[in-house]
Every structure is written in structure tokens, then in C-alpha cells.
Write a protein that binds this ligand. Structure first.
Ligand code: FAD
Length: 397
């Protein structure tokens, strides 16, 4: 399902939704641990989870693999990031075709940063110049199949933020106008760059509305987990920091526990203010860690460890081709994760009595070798030819 449809559904029910971002770990062990962590976090029912595309396309294969497993093993609605850096159109299409074949419907379409060692983004031969090109390409080639999200920058893109730490009004407005072009070209959702001054975000949303951007604008919240990482990130993104945040962090910066706790409290207050302004979506940059993101959601009353429930014994599939499945052999009930992955190729085998009779490989009854001569008896054959629709039908047979 497209994330925008989930968001619209929640809006109609006046429900707040949240989502988690992850990045591809560097080691195999890291990848295994990420799935364990994701599995735990997904129990809290995020509207979607997304996986980043390594800078310069460095993690392309891993990102594709993780995205597939998120959708089909963890069974969470998955959004894959995709950048244009070092990506000729054939590679872009390979990535899009792959996720489409895996039943993924959501992409965060990005230009990406310049490759390592380069100052400016340069369009490669046969590639795209900006996210707008990618959005246009996706809509042109894949029509309505994908839900397309784009990045928004409440303080303007870092490239136009000068040494004063602020973008000029002209640069900010040109950035906004460009964002509108991405939406007009077919993006249906905006996720923002991280920020720590909630007023800047709220002004940005208002400015977007003034120029006619009507799609949901989801705030990207990165909980402060440790001081050094926080300083590195805000330096990289050129994020403005409110004076009270600097003042509060300075005395505790060497105490990791205190910084983490402060980060949870600060993140909670930011989210409370955002929600109080009628915005009903929160996107948490987890950095692959669960504690702070979950603590913020718990403080907001959006999750409750004690109330994790599953409507079915397994997690419902999110893969667009299998989303309607609600029956599973009983012995798979305890394998919520691996069922879809293990059965993904079963379509390629001749279909048996309990499978989909509409499938082209569903043969005549006599094709099945397991049928014994006595089952050719007319009555039995008739019984076998009638679809079983209810428990009563099965009982009858
Ligand atoms: P674009 O939308 O193409 O534009 C960047 C800026 O360039 C614009 O703000 C605009 O000012 C200017 N610009 C470009 N084209 C035009 C034009 N035609 N007319 C006018 N102005 C133009 N990076 C990764 O490598 N991997 C990731 O997974 C990743 N995920 C991200 C997720 C989010 C939510 C965000 C906010 C950023 C993410 N990034 C990621 C970083 C992103 O790739 C960089 O910020 C990159 O420099 C810009 O990408 P973009 O899609 O915003 O670019």
C-alpha cells in the first residue's frame, strides 16, 4: 500500500501516525541485529519504515536486499530511498524494477549528495540532475504504481545556507518553489530534513501551504543520542540550534546518559508542539537505535509496551501482491517472519488442491499424481471440483 494512502486513512480517523528510518549497517552481524531491532520496533505498528540509500550509491545492493526483507519478512510497509548520484537511468530502473517485483510501492526520490571528494553535484552521463528529474521519470515510466516521497528543507537546502548559518530569503523562496515543482511532478508526500527549532518547521509548513503545496509534510525528528554525533550531524546539515538547547546541553555534554535522557525529553516536547499544531505524522530518524525513538513515542502516549497486539497469529503481509492473504497453514503460525520469503517462489510449482484455482498452473484434477484410482470415483471428483468456502464446507467434505 502507498504510504500516502495510509496517512490519508489515519487523517480521516484523526489518528496520529509515526514512522522509523533505518540505514544499512556496515557488517553482516549489524544487518542481522538490525532485523531483530526492526522486528521489535515494528510491533508498535509504525505506518511505514524506510531504509536509506548509501551516499553515492555505495549500499545499492544492500539497500535493495534490506528493503525486500523489510517488506516481505518483517512485513512492514517499506519506503526505499533512491538517489541519482552515480546512477545512470538503467541502474535506477533496475532498482525500481527490483522493488516493484518484491511488492514494494514506496520510494523517497532524492538527488543525493555529490560523490566523495566532489564539491558540487554533477549529473553523470545518462543520469539525472536532480530529484525533480527522478520524480518525472518515475511517473512517466511507472505511472501510478509508486507512492513518491521527496525531501523538504525547513531551513533551505544546506548548499544555499551561507557562512552566516542562514539562507537568504531569496534562496529560501527559490528552494520552496523548487519543492513545489517536485510535488507538481507527482510526489505525494514530503519528509523533512532534521531540525531542532520547531518554530522553523511550523513556519516552513505554513510557507509551503501559501505557495499551494497541499500534500502532507512529515517532520523528520532525530532524537539527540550523544553529544558528538549531534554536533557532527548539525554541522553537516547546517541546522540552526535554539539558544536554550545549547545552554541545556553544554553542562551535560560529557555525560552520555544525561544527554540521552535530555534528548528524549527535548524530542518529546518538540513532538508535542508539532502535534498541538494539528500535524498528525512524526518521522523518527532512529540511527538504527530503538530506545530514544520508542521512549519519545511512549511519552506521547502513542505506544504502550503492555498493549502490543496482533490481530492474526502472524503479521499481516504488506507486499502489494499478497496483502489480501489471511489464511495460512497452521504449522506456519509461529513463523511470522519467514513465511512470505519461503513461499515467494511457490507460484512456480504446479498448484495443489488448496491453492488458487485462478492460477494458470492450476491443472486438471487428473494431473495430480497423488490422486489414487479410487478418487476418480465420480462423487469424489465432484466434491473436489466444488470450491470450499467455509468451515462448514470443509466439515461437510
Ligand atoms: P533536490 O531536491 O534535487 O535539490 C537539492 C537542492 O538543489 C534544492 O533544494 C534546490 O535548492 C536545488 N535544485 C536542484 N535542482 C533544482 C532546479 N531544477 N531548480 C532549482 N533548484 C534546484 N542522501 C543520501 O545519499 N541517501 C539517502 O538515503 C538520503 N536520505 C535523505 C532523506 C531525507 C528526508 C533528506 C532530507 C535528505 C536525505 N539525503 C540522503 C540527503 C540528500 O541526498 C541531500 O540533501 C542532497 O544534497 C539533495 O537531495 P534532494 O533530493 O533534496 O535534491
Amino acid at each position: 500500500m502507498k504510504v500516502i494512502e495510509k496517512i490519508r486513512e489515519a487523517e480521516a480517523e484523526n489518528r496520529v501516525v509515526f514512522s522509523f528510518e533505518f540505514f544499512p549497517p556496515k557488517t553482516d552481524d549489524g544487518v542481522d541485529n538490525l532485523f531483530d531491532r526492526m522486528d521489535r520496533m515494528v510491533q508498535h505498528n509504525p505506518s511505514f519504515c524506510d531504509i536509506t540509500w548509501g551516499a553515492g550509491g555505495t549500499t545499492a545492493d544492500l539497500t535493495l536486499d534490506i528493503a525486500n526483507k523489510m517488506q516481505n519478512m518483517i512485513c512492514v510497509e517499506t519506503m526505499m530511498h533512491l538517489t541519482c548520484t552515480n546512477m545512470p537511468v538503467e541502474k535506477i530502473d533496475h532498482a525500481l524494477d527490483t522493488i516493484k517485483a518484491n511488492g514494494i510501492q514506496n520510494v523517497l526520490a532524492l538527488r543525493g549528495d555529490p560523490p566523495h571528494g566532489q564539491d558540487k553535484f554533477v549529473q553523470i552521463e545518462g543520469g539525472f540532475a536532480c530529484a525533480l528529474d527522478l520524480v518525472k521519470h518515475m511517473r512517466g515510466k511507472y505511472g501510478d504504481y509508486f507512492g513518491i516521497t521527496v525531501a523538504g528543507y525547513p531551513e533551505a537546502h544546506p548548499e544555499v545556507i551561507d557562512s552566516s548559518g542562514v539562507a537568504t530569503l531569496e534562496a529560501y523562496q527559490s528552494d520552496l518553489a523548487y519543492l513545489k515543482k517536485k510535488v507538481d511532478a507527482g510526489a505525494d508526500l514530503i519528509v523533512t530534513q532534521l531540525f531542532y527549532d520547531t518554530d522553523i518547521f511550523l513556519k516552513f509548513v505554513n510557507d509551503c501551504r501559501q505557495i499551494g503545496i497541499t500534500c502532507p509534510i512529515v517532520p523528520g525528528i532525530m532524537p539527540i543520542g550523544n553529544y558528538k554525533g549531534f554536533m557532527r550531524m548539525i554541522g553537516f546539515c547546517k541546522t540552526r540550534i535554539p539558544a536554550e538547547l545549547t545552554a541545556a546541553l553544554e553542562p551535560i555534554k560529557d555525560n552520555e546518559e544525561a544527554v540521552k535522557k535530555f534528548g528524549i525529553d527535548f524530542g518529546t516536547e518538540m513532538c508535542k508542539k508539532i502535534l498541538a499544531h494539528g500535524i498528525k505524522q512524526l518521522h523518527l530518524y532512529t540511527l538504527n537505535m530503538d530506545k530514544s525513538a520508542l521512549a519519545i513515542l511512549q511519552n506521547l502516549g502513542l505506544i504502550d509496551e503492555a498493549k502490543i497486539s496482533r490481530p492474526l497469529p502472524w503479521r499481516r503481509p504488506t507486499n502489494i501482491y499478497r496483502v489480501k492473504e489471511d489464511v495460512r497453514p497452521i504449522f506456519w503460525a509461529n513463523r511470522p517472519k519467514s513465511y512470505l520469503t519461503r513461499t515467494i517462489g511457490w507460484d512456480q510449482y504446479p498448484h495443489g488442491r488448496w491453492s488458487d484455482s485462478g492460477n494458470p498452473s492450476y491443472g486438471a484434477l487428473t494431473d495430480y499424481q497423488f490422486m489414487r484410482p479410487r478418487s476418480r470415483d465420480k462423487k469424489l471428483q465432484e466434491e473436489w471440483a466444488v470450491p470450499l468456502k467455509s468451515v462448514e464446507d470443509i466439515h461437510e467434505v
